[in-house]
Design a binder for this molecule. Structure first.
Ligand code: ACO
Length: 431
């Protein structure tokens, strides 16, 4: 039988090294044994942007980017989107199995009981400028929650971790809705415990003078499905941030605020907002070829296309595209959909995109649904953050239970100046 090892010959010394292969990886620390002399630091791998580095063993989310497969704990995303609810998926991500009826009911009750936030948070939010971006408010208020729960820093206590996990899943939508109401100059709306997780979020966003807010059931279900689709995506930029910050044993509010900050960038969760800007800028179907030309010339990117891992159609984009038409039937069509569908058609027939395996990602159609639901552009990444919260927390919990993890600390290749004496300011020359 072939050996599960890798033999490396160091041509500098002629020495040969046998390195074990486990689960298709080699342990990077083994490379350090490869030295030219006793005092040599040893070999490292150079991997900017971690394109080929597995930073953890995980049992939560599986992606096969070549085949367009996404599974949470072994369950295909399409089946979860069809049959499950967001809180059921949150339980699955956190606990590894689907909940029983009793477990789910008790989890729903627990989350519902924790949706309120301290009244001081209102004053904190009022301190933001009237036009503050809600993602900035969300990131800041999540971080600020740690000051309300100082015990959260006891991250080695599993029961304490669990309580903070429930609080975060419950309170992130409340903070998100408060951020929106502040931006609109509207009074905040308290959570309504009679409603579902998604229904209550819509209530906190959109309730006006009516005594009881009744969510549109199609919109409520669509939002729940969107949350499911965003719930986890293994070691992406924001999840790795959650783990890196958490690895220093920071409290989960600080770690989750950092993860949300990573998500806010236009190359990550900010892309859905950029897609709408792009579709508006294109404006009409006849202007698409001109726009595609600019993309191919490298002048701009086709936002919502391409993915570090998917080199095939993002399975979430398929579900979202279908969902979009259901929402449009219920609340009216977003006219940008026709442009989006045509952009996709043209791009998928174009050599530039085919060669680079660029397909629509989760963000290509999600913004269109949000817009049809009345959710403004600058709230779209905020909604992504609500959906991703259980995933970040499941990954954080897994990290705390992993005996192989330590404080994260990448290495560098230093190519800066060699040691030199300090130059007094009067003797310095420009350039
Ligand atoms: N439009 C045009 N060209 C693209 C795009 C795009 N959206 N994405 C990648 N390319 C091109 C690159 O220019 C590059 O071409 P080259 O080989 O001629 O230089 C090639 O495809 C490979 O791209 P990379 O940048 O190496 O791919 P990477 O894996 O680093 O980037 C990323 C992935 C950041 C998602 C990229 O595809 C992108 O910027 N997409 C647009 C932003 C977006 O939609 N982000 C959301 C991602 S999903 C999420 O985070 C939830």
């Amino acid at each position: 039988m072939a050996k599960e090892t890798l033999t490396i010959i160091d041509n500098r010394t002629g020495k040969s090294y046998e390195i074990p292969i486990t689960h298709g990886t080699i342990p990077a620390m083994k490379l350090r044994e490869i030295k030219v002399s006793e005092d040599d630091f040893g070999l490292m791998s150079y991997d900017p942007a971690y394109q080929n580095t597995a930073s953890t063993i995980s049992r939560i989310t599986y992606i096969d980017g070549e085949r367009g497969i996404l599974e949470y704990r072994g369950y295909p995303i399409e089946e979860l989107a069809e049959h499950s609810t967001f809180l059921e998926v949150a339980w699955l991500l956190l606990n590894g199995e689907l909940p029983t009826k009793e477990e789910l009911e008790s989890f729903q009750r627990e989350v519902t009981l924790h949706t309120m936030v301290h009244e001081n948070m209102r004053e904190f939010i009022e301190g933001f400028r009237y036009d503050a971006h809600p993602m900035g408010i969300l990131i800041s208020t999540i971080a600020a929650l740690s000051t309300f729960y100082p015990e959260a820093k006891n991250v080695s206590d599993p029961a304490n971790r669990r309580l903070q996990i429930i609080r975060l899943i419950a309170k992130v939508p409340t903070l998100a809705a408060y951020a929106y109401r502040h931006r609109r100059g509207l009074p905040i709306v308290y959570p309504d415990n009679d409603l579902s997780y998604a229904g209550n979020f819509l209530n906190m966003m959109f309730k006006m003078t009516e005594l009881k807010y009744k969510p549109n059931p199609v919109v409520e279900r669509a939002l729940d499905v969107l949350f499911i689709l965003h719930a986890d995506h293994e070691q992406n930029c924001s999840t790795s941030t959650m783990r890196i910050v958490g690895s220093s044993k920071a409290d989960p509010y600080s770690a989750l605020a950092a993860a949300a900050a990573a998500l806010s960038g236009p190359l990550h969760g900010g892309a859905n907002e950029q897609v709408i800007h792009m579709l508006r800028q294109i404006g009409s179907k006849d202007r698409i070829p001109e726009f595609i030309k600019k993309v191919k010339a490298g002048e701009t990117k086709l936002m919502g296309f391409g993915h570090r891992v998917y080199k095939n159609y993002d399975p979430r984009a398929k579900v979202i595209k279908r969902l979009a038409y259901e929402v449009f039937d219920a609340v009216g069509k977003n006219p940008l959909i026709d442009i989006a569908v045509e952009v996709e058609r043209i791009a998928l027939e174009d050599d530039y995109f085919i060669k680079r395996k660029l397909y629509p990602n989760v963000d290509f159609y999600s913004g269109l649904i949000y817009e049809a639901m009345g959710i403004p552009l600058d709230m779209m990444t905020v909604l992504f953050a609500i959906g991703r919260t259980p995933g970040w927390l499941a990954q954080w919990e897994e990290m705390h239970n992993d005996p192989e993890q330590k404080i994260a600390r990448p290495r560098q290749v230093y190519l800066g100046p060699a040691r030199r004496p300090f130059v007094p300011i009067g003797e310095r020359k420009k350039g």
